[in-house]
Design a protein around this ligand. Sequence first.
Ligand code: FES
Length: 108
Amino acid sequence: MSVARACTFSELEQDSPLRVELEGVPICIVKDSAGEVHAIGDTCTHGNISLSEGFVEDDTVECWAHGSRFSLRTGAPLNLPAYEPVPVYAVTIDGDDVLIDPNVTKEI
Ligand code: FES
């Protein structure tokens, strides 16, 4: 539908994922160690596990359940057992606001 305020930049802790829901869409937001903010679908494609409960390393997040690691840039799983990507959302920083449109995924 439209871009919405997902959270504030200042509430994001480095390498600590934040789960939000926008229009019913679960999204995992991560500020990586370089200070770049990423937004991907929060549900692991291998199971109904929240990726925001996982572990961030560089520009990836690892699902805690079975260890699949997803790129925060492309949404692609980098190892099994997951083999389907998660969606990636464009992030806009406007002042302290982190803006995301949950209906528009980035073309990778
Ligand atoms: S549920 Fe995420 S790797 Fe299995």
